[in-house]
Design a protein around this ligand. Sequence first.
Ligand SMILES: Nc1ncnc2c1ncn2[C@@H]1O[C@H](COP(=O)(O)OP(=O)(O)OP(=O)(O)O)[C@@H](O)[C@H]1O
Ligand code: SF4
Ligand SMILES: [Mg+2]
Length: 345
Amino acid sequence: MTDELLTVRDLKVSFGADSGVAQVLDNVNLTIGQGEIVGLVGESGCGKTTLARAILGVLPAPAARIESGIVNFLGDDLLQRTSEDLSTNIRGRDITFIPQDPYSSFNPVFTIGTQIMELMKWKSPLLRGQGNGTGGFLSRYPRQRYDADRKHVIELLNTVQLPQPEQILKKYPHEISGGQRQRLMIAMALLPDPKLIIADEPTTALDVTIQAQILKLLRQLASERNVAVLFTTHDLGTAYEICDSVTVMYAGQEMESAPSSGFFNRPSHPYTKRLLDSLPSREHGIEGIAGEIPGLINPPKGCRFHPRCNAATGICSQGRPDPQGIDTHHWVRCYHPVGAKVAAP
Ligand SMILES: Nc1ncnc2c1ncn2[C@@H]1O[C@H](COP(=O)(O)OP(=O)(O)OP(=O)(O)O)[C@@H](O)[C@H]1O
Ligand code: SF4
Ligand SMILES: [Mg+2]
């Protein structure tokens, strides 16, 4: 891995609900290197979006509570910064976001051009180091900067292969296809010249063929520009296509993390192994993992996978295993990793 860009350490997040307090992230760790594409993989409800939102500083208040942990971005703990500071200086600038459903991110009553230029008014890369660069929300958009920003927008729309960018800017969000909207979201995520893009299941809503094109584009643009991507997905095939490394989560706990080659060739956590074995194949069709994903209000103690794990022993329900090294940058949180001779942590 290259130099570290973002490190999440022991992040614990709970959600208050009528029926109790859900322990949604249980001391989660994650590392993203500069320019690295990291897949955050896991089944529905395992906490991918919650972790993404915690990094962005947009957990839903008042239900969500950060109990402890650190989100270190370039040496600075984002959890210690105010929401106004994050909104002005980090979100939409150094860290941008691509949502699952691009349609809901647009306002249906304004043209795409109006909405993109409003974004650029506050988040233009020309404003780096100048706060929001204006005298307040009623201030005007200086003509010279508007023209330079618009040129930059057109260039990026060309880069994401949107045909006739000038025409696209005049359209309303419903007038372009889902694939074009997602290309637009990639362009918008790149516009402020970020260091990290958080892409939360960005292709789930698209047809399979369009998905492949969008993934290829995101991968190509991120590596050309040395932008890191945190890519959440429940689909291991998608992670295989795009990611340099993968962290797998189960019921609010991260279980294994490895460069993609190690992750797919030598899965070492019983859950990872079962997930990979459950991918449909000609030999065995689709095989699920027996048992249910646990609720998070009273989750299983210790390793949360233990009620479903064939390798579990008494210790597994007593406390959560520490990370153990398997190979360079490959570690697993398991007392009994799959067939592994475990190296020193
Ligand atoms: N606003 C909320 N209030 C209460 N619980 C919530 C809230 N948002 C999420 N949760 C709970 O947090 C857990 C993790 O949810 P999260 O959306 O992070 O999972 P996910 O891995 O992104 O799932 P998916 O693949 O379905 O998007 C779930 O049990 C969910 O019910
Ligand atoms: S710690 Fe125990 S229960 Fe958890 S995956 Fe490893 S063997 Fe299974
Ligand atoms: Mg999600």
